[in-house]
Design a protein around this ligand. Structure first.
Ligand code: NDP
Length: 329
């Protein structure tokens, strides 16, 4: 038996979280069983913890938690043996299959990565899908030519999970980071992560009036989408790129194609869920070297399974600062 947070559906069709002991034979199929140590709270976890499952959860009872890190307990795969430390993000775990809000999880070895050298399981979950995605976004900008010294790099939704990690990584790599936030009270926090400039959200989240504005940003990690992304596209420098990561401000893109045609701006799509193994390793290796651990610590709040329903609701309202680490034991 092990402890888990289980979403159970009521007669009215709405789900609610119950923390209970469940039997190991309820775990999904897979050739590696993991003793989970830590999980985390991403925006998607907020959706999966909500009464309707955010359109992501297919079947109840369900154990959410899109990320986990822990120790291999049993393995039928020669890549992993008992005692190995492992990390899981993505692959729709915690959405369509059971996830990390439990003391045990079972998974196919193909979906795991070894815990990167230099990180603890707790630090890996402080990073989680949000931080992993921030690293993918920075790598994509670099792969398209971004280098320090080309001008300010914009990070939208900066006080959130993706934004906090992107700010810390970019600043550590020597970029001048302009952090967009709707929470002016988080100015000290963002400056502590390395933001050189704070841009109030209201300066960027109105509908575009002109397809092109002054060339301002050398790159952008965008967690917000919607009007803000449309506006930012028209402010990019010639040939610069935007990594489109999220939709915290909306899934629409009310933009014109003019920035692409007249300024050679690139819009780079970033997906963390189905990311191939080699690029996962590349991103985790970069995280271990390029994300300062003191800055990661400054982003983290600790939580337990009991805290998750409230944290899930908070993240959907954009009210969680930085990253959450959930000790599931
Ligand atoms: P968070 O809630 O931690 O961060 C989102 C931030 O966006 C908030 O903290 C807030 O920052 C800002 N924000 C919220 N609402 C609005 C709004 N209406 N208008 C403008 N800004 C807003 O979530 P995560 O960092 O975990 O995820 C961010 C986004 O990235 C989500 O949409 C998520 O689904 C997506 N995502 C995508 C992944 C992928 O694989 N592509 C992987 C991980 C996340 P502030 O208060 O500073 O303004």
């Amino acid at each position: 038996m092990f402890k888990a947070l289980v979403m159970e559906q009521n007669d009215d069709g709405l789900a609610q979280a119950v923390i209970k002991e469940i039997s190991e034979d309820r775990l999904p199929e897979g050739n590696v069983t993991v003793a989970v140590e830590y999980s985390t709270v991403n925006y998607k976890d907020g959706l999966c913890l909500s009464p309707k499952g955010g359109g992501l959860v297919r079947n109840y009872p369900h154990v959410p938690g899109i990320d986990y890190a822990g120790t291999v307990e049993a393995s039928d795969d020669n890549r992993y043996k008992p005692g190995d430390k492992v990390v899981l993000t993505g692959w729709r775990v915690g959405e369509v299959s059971w996830g990390g809000y439990a003391q045990k999880a079972r998974i196919s070895a193909d979906k795991l990565v070894p815990l990167p050298k230099g990180l603890t399981t707790r630090q890996a979950m402080a990073v989680g899908t949000a931080g992993f995605t921030a690293m993918l976004a920075v790598m994509a900008l670099e792969d398209h030519g971004l280098q320090p010294g080309q001008g300010p790099v914009l990070v939208t939704g900066a006080a959130g999970g993706v934004g906090s990690v992107a700010t810390a990584i970019l600043s550590n790599l020597g970029y001048y980071v302009a952090a967009v936030t709707g929470r002016p009270d988080q100015t000290d926090y963002l400056q502590g992560l390395g933001a050189a400039q704070i841009v109030p959200r209201e300066e960027l989240n109105q509908t575009i009036k002109r397809p092109l504005e002054a060339e301002t940003w050398a790159g952008c990690v965008d967690a917000v989408g919607g009007d803000m992304l449309a506006r930012v596209l028209g402010q990019m420098k010639y040939g610069a790129s935007v990594s489109a990561v999220g939709l915290a401000g909306g899934a629409q893109l009310p933009a014109t194609v003019i920035p692409f045609l007249l300024r050679g701006v690139n819009l780079l799509g970033i997906d963390s869920v189905m990311q191939p193994y080699e690029n996962r390793l590349r991103a985790w290796t970069r995280i271990a070297t390029d994300l300062p651990m003191d800055k990661l610590d400054a982003m983290v709040q600790a939580a337990t399974l009991d805290d998750l329903p409230a944290l899930g609701a908070d993240i959907l309202k954009g009210q969680v600062k930085g990253r959450v680490v959930v000790d599931v034991n």
